[in-house]
Design a protein. Sequence first.
Length: 327
Amino acid sequence: MTGSPRIVVLAGGVGGSRFVLGVRAALRARGIDDTAAALTVVVNTGDDLWLSGVRLQPDVDSITYALAGVNDTERGWGRQGDSERVNHELQEWGAGWPWFTLGDLDLGTHLARTGWLRVGLTPAQVLERMSHRWDLGARLLPMTDAEVDTVVVLQDGSRLHFQEWWTRHRATLAPARFENAGIEAAAPAPGVAEAIAEADAVLIAPSNPVVSIGPILAVPRMREALRATDASVVGVSPIIGGKVVRGMADVCLTAIGVETSASAVAALYGARERDGLLDSWLLAEEDEAAADEVAGLGIRPLVRPLWMTDAARSAALGAAALDAAGV
């Protein structure tokens, strides 16, 4: 390979943010200074919502803030050192959701985004404009410009926006399924299909496979683009030792009939040689016994340390994923 590699990462949530940081660090460790030209991140927008008149994009903002180095690493969301005066005032007015905190700095992001959307910019154009504020070292693209917010349909038939189910109820209400209304008519955001087609490696982050990666893959033509690319497609297991690393992904997997295991999630994505998506799958050392099962799916298993407990470990995982893709 001559020149800088072209890497595409599909990501969402905190796990996606940490993984993207690791991939960027791994690229820099290989002497690639212009990582913004080498690294494209396709971000889940199923978590998006309208609240108090402004458009929120939680996964987009989490990854943007992480790359900018301004994210709140303790809470796992929002801006570090943020205040909540406006949020408290909204609650006094009975507006918004009292269990969904909007930090003041974070709200500034939402107001800027909403203003740009109101004057006719697309979500992709808004994200491009947002990216100019900081040196992110990556190009961020929304999965689609369409509004396809995730709705949770409970077993009793009632419906909740994903954020209410996830944040307010902590996924304790039994879900029957997850829907993204209108996604059948959506299309990949401008640049997404082209980035995948031109990539030297496509990496699927260890994000929630159902509500973070799932909506990305549900965008029409996205799976076809992944199957058609000449790049190696490498996934990283979000399951370590038979348990989810963060959040309530196990509840999501159970709702769609998938076991909470590294091999079961690999099977959910499927082998590219069998009309699925993956060429290789990174499993944790704790799940080494599942390697043969993954190989039986037609996917090359690679056992590696998957914990991203600090920057060095995230960078090591990013390097392992790049190595698996042959770049």
